[in-house]
Ligand binder design. Structure first.
Ligand code: ADP
Length: 315
């Protein structure tokens, strides 16, 4: 099976117990939950039996150990996670608003994962990558942009593939060079996994159908457009497939897109039929929202098959 590598942030999430606006008064909190979009992606891919490594850094603290222990238990190769003695592990405090929106307080840029050192262990993992998954949230500094772009070019140069989830967090939209970096990543992408409005973002198109046409004409092999609680649509030069979301009780939407993306990418790499990959990815997204905590909803293949049934939904 092809080895996936993902580069980027590892952090813990600490959640407010009650909905409300922000953190301007003392409120009960629950956590730490292991988190970070690349970590959730890696955890889900590993639970499906896919070889996967994450290149990142944590502090020499319990928040770091919560993550590395959890990723190792899920089967992720953690050999390229550096332990930085001078910086803490990243944190994200999150509180849901009554309208379903979210307020965050982040410490990522100045945390350990904002500075990933190049070491022999990192080089070894990058050299062994057969598939690179890039996330927009990981393009948060010139160093991380360069590392993702160089790795994407190297992986493709030796016959591997690249997937890309723009995964836009409003907090990083003003990061220097982000848009240019995303356009350069897109030019190296085989499998594109945008969500909602991100579909048209890096194209000249205003409408979803035009954006898909442009992306496929530009050489992207597969576009999967995630649409939250509505479902997801798969496009390639063979046509388009729709999979409605599986009905579940949503407890916490964080992590749905990463679990969906990891499942789709793993099955795509195994050569699964698009309808099967789409249905199992939608099942992974649905399972993810049923658990509180970003990584708590990762799921194995047996439970995804049980939820999806015989490729129910994709048509
Ligand atoms: P992202 O987190 O990247 O914005 P989405 O929120 O679109 O991604 O979620 C990815 C996929 O997970 C969706 O396309 C859908 O298949 C599934 N999903 C998301 N939210 C729900 C939900 N409330 N119920 C069932 N499935 C969901």
């Amino acid at each position: 099976m092809k080895k996936i590598v993902v580069i980027g942030e590892i952090l813990v999430e600490i959640m407010a117990d009650t909905p409300g606006d922000g953190f301007r008064e003392p409120i009960p909190l629950t956590g730490p939950f292991p988190s970070g979009a690349p970590a959730i992606f890696a955890g889900q891919a590993a639970r499906l039996g896919q070889p996967v490594a994450i290149v990142s850094a944590v502090g020499d603290d319990d928040f770091g150990r919560v993550n590395t222990d959890r990723l190792a238990r899920d089967g992720v190769d953690i050999s390229a996670i550096a332990v930085d003695p001078d910086r803490p592990t990243g944190t994200a405090f999150v509180r849901y608003r009554p309208d379903g929106g979210r307020d965050f307080v982040f410490n990522i840029r100045h945390a350990a994962c904002g500075r990933i050192p190049m070491s022999d262990a990192v080089r070894k993992v990058l050299d062994a990558a057969e598939h690179l998954h890039v996330m927009g949230s990981s393009l948060s500094s010139p160093e991380l942009i360069a590392l993702n772009l160089e790795t994407a070019a190297a992986v493709r140069g030796r016959g591997g593939t690249v997937s890309f989830d723009p995964n836009l967090r409003p907090e990083i939209l003003d990061a220097p060079g982000l848009r240019d970096a995303m356009e350069r990543v897109l030019a190296l992408t085989d499998l594109y996994l945008p969500s909602g409005d991100e579909l048209t973002l890096l194209t000249r198109a205003q409408h979803p159908e035009d954006a898909v046409r442009e992306l496929l004409a530009d050489g992207i092999r597969t576009v999967v457009h995630k649409q939250g609680a509505a479902g997801a649509r798969h496009h390639d030069t063979g046509g388009s497939l729709w999979c409605p979301a599986f009905p579940v009780d949503e407890i916490d939407p964080t992590g749905a897109g990463d679990c969906f993306g990891a499942t789709f990418a793993a099955l795509w790499l195994r050569g699964a039929a698009p309808a099967e990959a789409l249905a199992l990815a939608a099942a992974a997204g649905a399972m993810a929202v049923t658990r509180r905590g970003p990584m708590e909803g990762v799921s194995d293949l047996a439970s995804l098959h049980a939820l999806a049934g015989p490729h129910r939904g994709a048509s």
